[in-house]
Design a protein around this ligand. Structure first.
Ligand SMILES: [Mg+2]
Length: 247
């Protein structure tokens, strides 16, 4: 097999920073049932409260899916939990936020579904000496727990969540922190993600935005951000990097 040609937009890329949900994890299969569990617990059996909490975060109880602009997708706790606290008559303080994060951590671990191409892709990147990081708007402890449960934590040189001290996406702080951690310029990093926040975070830091559109919805929301490249799975990413997916 001949050498695979690298996509010109990734010519300077020497490290890969991944988003988590919708990129490494099957968002719908993991977060649909996890969100249902969390909202059931918060509403304590009250179906009216359950529906109100669902509506406030774009969760669709009938299908278990989400509206395209749901803050559960690519947002972070501060984007959706204040409305829940308000509806429940509680104040949105650190205790409430921690409770929500903890409930989501437990529920998402119960339903955790990784994509089949993740392990082979990480193995290929590692075999080629390419540093790998994770930048998620999820809580860092949840992200660590997910990587561990999927048995892929050992691949990551860097893991950041919204609460790691670098700010959340669409800001570029996590990308800059990864660059610093691996001692490369941000321009040598591609941030691979499925949401507009990912593309904006990459651009904010001067990294290369790479869209991964595993679903039609992801393709639609990514399109107007004009990623440097868009792939439909991780073998597409490896090909764009000029790497064979065979290990
Ligand atoms: Mg995502």
């Amino acid at each position: 097999m001949g050498a695979v040609k690298r996509h010109p937009a990734l010519a300077d890329v020497a490290a890969v920073l991944f988003d988590k949900d919708g990129t490494l994890l099957d968002f719908q299969a993991t977060w649909g049932p996890a969100t249902r569990d969390v909202l059931h617990a918060l509403s304590d059996g009250d179906s009216v409260v359950f529906r109100d909490l669902s509506a406030s975060c774009g969760f669709l109880p009938e299908s278990g899916g989400f509206l395209p602009d749901s803050p559960i997708i690519g947002g972070y706790t501060d984007d959706f939990a204040p409305a829940w606290a308000f509806r429940l008559g509680q104040s949105y303080d650190q205790a409430f936020k921690s409770q929500v994060d903890s409930m989501f951590r437990d529920a998402s671990l119960r339903h955790l579904t990784g994509y089949d191409d993740v392990v082979p892709a990480l193995e290929s990147l590692r075999a080629h000496g390419i540093p790998i990081g994770l930048a998620t708007n999820d809580a860092a402890a949840t992200a660590q727990a997910h990587l561990k449960k999927l048995e892929i934590d050992g691949f990551f040189a860097f893991v950041a969540g919204y609460d790691s001290g670098y700010g959340g996406k669409p800001g570029g702080g996590m990308v800059e922190a990864f660059a610093k951690a691996i001692d490369l310029p941000a321009s040598a990093i591609t941030l691979v993600g499925d949401s507009p926040h990912d593309m904006d975070a990459a651009r904010a830091a001067g990294a290369v935005p790479a869209g991964i559109a595993r679903t039609e919805m992801a393709a639609q929301v990514l399109a107007d951000r004009r990623p440097a490249i868009t792939v439909t799975d991780l073998s597409g990413l490896l090909a764009a990097l000029g790497l064979s997916s065979a290990i």
